[in-house]
Design a protein around this ligand. Structure first.
Ligand SMILES: [Zn+2]
Length: 151
C-alpha cells in the first residue's frame, strides 16, 4: 500500500505552539507513523487533517499536532489517510459480514485524494463527500476541492 517509506522532519505542537526548538525525525512505514521515539500504528489513526502546515492525528479521541517541514506534508497526509481509511473500511466490512449484511458494504476511492470513502450508510447519489480531503466528489466528473484553511 505504501511504495516507499516517507521520511520527514517535524516539531510537536503543544496547545498550538511548537513544543520544541529542534526538528525531530519522523517516518511513515506501511504499518505505522513513527514520531521520533513514538510509534503510532496506522490502525490507531482515524484521520490526518491539514490546518496550515499542521497535521493532527485523531487517535482514540486524542489529537496529536505536529508541524511538518518541507515537501513531505501532502504525501504524508494522503498516505496516512489512504492506509487508515482502508483499514477502517475492512473493519466495517468484517462487522457487516458478522451481522450477515456483507452485501450492503459499499466503498469507493476518492478520485481526489485516494482515500477509501465508505458508502454503506448512505443512499446512492450523484455526489460523495470525502471526509479526508473535505471534497465533494461528483461521479464521472472532476473533483471540486473543498474550501481549505490554507489559502
Ligand atoms: Zn478525498
Amino acid at each position: 500500500m505504501l511504495d516507499q517509506e516517507i521520511e520527514f522532519k517535524f516539531k510537536r505542537l503543544n496547545n498550538g505552539a511548537e513544543a520544541t526548538m529542534l526538528n525531530k525525525k519522523g517516518r511513515l512505514t506501511s504499518t505505522a507513523l513513527i514520531l521520533n521515539k513514538e510509534t503510532i500504528e496506522i490502525n490507531k489513526i482515524v484521520k490526518a487533517i491539514r490546518r496550515f502546515d499542521r497535521l493532527l492525528q485523531l487517535k482514540d479521541g486524542c489529537v496529536i499536532g505536529f508541524v511538518v517541514r518541507g515537501k513531505a506534508l501532502v504525501p504524508l497526509m494522503e498516505n496516512i489517510n489512504r492506509m487508515s481509511s482502508l483499514y477502517w473500511a475492512v473493519e466495517e466490512q468484517n462487522k457487516l459480514d458478522q451481522q450477515g449484511r456483507g452485501g450492503e458494504f459499499r466503498i469507493e476511492p476518492c478520485t481526489y485524494c485516494g482515500s477509501a470513502i465508505q458508502l454503506t450508510k448512505f443512499a446512492h447519489s450523484e455526489e460523495t463527500y470525502c471526509g479526508y480531503c473535505e471534497t465533494v466528489v461528483k461521479r464521472d466528473q472532476e473533483a471540486t476541492p473543498g474550501e481549505s484553511d490554507d489559502q
